[in-house]
Design a protein around this ligand. Sequence first.
Ligand SMILES: NC(=O)C1=CN([C@@H]2O[C@H](COP(=O)(O)OP(=O)(O)OC[C@H]3O[C@@H](n4cnc5c(N)ncnc54)[C@H](O)[C@@H]3O)[C@@H](O)[C@H]2O)C=CC1
Ligand SMILES: O=C(O)C1=N[C@H](C(=O)O)C[C@H](O)C1
Length: 270
Amino acid sequence: MLRIAVHGAAGRMGRRVVALAAGDPDFRVVAAIEHADHSDLGKDAGFLAGLSELDVPVASAWPDDIDVIVDFSLPEAVDGVIDSAVKANAALVMATTGLTSEQHDRLKQASEKIAIVWAPSMSLAVNLTMRMAQQVTAALKDVSGGVDVEIIERHHRFKEDAPSGTALKFGELIAAEFEREPGASAIKHVHGREGKTGMRTGNEIGYHAVRTGDNPGEHTIVFGMMGETIELKVAASNRDSYAAGALAAAKWLQDQPAGMYSMFDVLGMK
Ligand SMILES: NC(=O)C1=CN([C@@H]2O[C@H](COP(=O)(O)OP(=O)(O)OC[C@H]3O[C@@H](n4cnc5c(N)ncnc54)[C@H](O)[C@@H]3O)[C@@H](O)[C@H]2O)C=CC1
Ligand SMILES: O=C(O)C1=N[C@H](C(=O)O)C[C@H](O)C1
């Protein structure tokens, strides 16, 4: 049984991770961590997740014996999580988005000591769609008349970062396809458009972030050509695809040496 600590346990994602882990015989939830001022400190993590009592109170201190930490929190909290994972010699599933480049460097350094999965989306469907987007780009990048790529993401009104980490990852993968040949022009990443922008250039990717209601996450990649358009769309109907993906990553990490991994590794899509 893997001893799992959930960081951000009272959040939208944390509660679903606690709920799915509690129902999985491969896990024992040993800690539900929140920041020291959280109003749910002391409450039972099972009750918060809509289950019966788990006998795990939400706490701000880490226990000593943990096999894996799953983090869905905020960038401000992430440095502390990385330190705690290294200190406990635990594997780390880092799902928080909006990290700074310094935080990505910190993760990389920590991965010399512990096994880490970082991915902006833990969802199987999203990761498959990323692979499809790479294939579509490779097939269309030299099409007569050119192809314009725009990424539209929709999320709930509570989301604090934009564009989504997933949209940025789609853009990074698509740009790498465009830039693959030596001498290819560098791709510009354009966030929204307003005013007298002039005509669209051929070597840009546009990003558009929509925030409405309780949308758990939706990404549409538009490949617009002269005369026809392809759209790849992937949409979550609830948060369990992310929570289940994070738990799959937590299990997979137990057999891995220290290192930095992605969901492509976990899902065997390398
Ligand atoms: N990689 C993936 O598949 C997914 C990633 N996310 C990302 O996960 C993050 C969390 O998303 P939600 O659960 O919707 O947000 P949320 O705001 O509902 O939950 C975040 C939780 O982290 C806690 N937190 C904040 N600072 C903390 C600290 N210093 N110590 C401990 N806990 C702290 C908050 O109190 C809150 O309970 C976001 O960055 C989001 O983009 C969300 C869904 C899927
Ligand atoms: O904040 C969210 O909700 C989500 N965030 C992730 C992101 O920024 O890509 C993943 C998912 O889309 C849900």
